[in-house]
Design a protein around this ligand. Structure first.
Ligand code: SF4
Length: 100
């Protein structure tokens, strides 16, 4: 499964939502999460993310593996997002700070 990680926090551009063929994405006030039960590993969302927040689980660095559990838990607790939202305030500045 693919996993949303920390770069999404505070940006939440939601381009991922427009490319996902199976509506895996869930959302809260800070970021998106992928429902691992629905993800078909198409890989479309990873290059679509402007801040590189999305990676396949097997490629996560050791210190980012905890995002697998976070995505599973938060996807179960939050609503599906099926259309783009405006990025969070300060998202562009944050993206620049990340060197993206
Ligand atoms: Fe959706 Fe494909 Fe990304 Fe899985 S890998 S969340 S199916 S776009």
């Amino acid at each position: 499964t693919y996993v949303v990680t920390d770069n999404c926090r505070g940006c939440r551009y939601t381009e991922c939502v427009t490319v996902c063929p199976v509506e895996c994405f869930h959302v809260d006030d800070t970021m998106t999460y992928i429902d691992p039960e629905n993800c078909i590993d198409c890989g479309g969302c990873a290059p679509a993310c402007p801040v590189g927040a999305i990676e396949p689980d097997y490629r996560l660095a050791a210190d980012k593996k905890f995002w697998i559990d976070v995505n599973r838990k938060r996807a179960a607790e939050t609503p599906v997002i099926s259309a783009r939202l405006a990025p969070l305030p300060g998202a562009d500045e944050r993206r620049q700070a990340l060197g993206r």
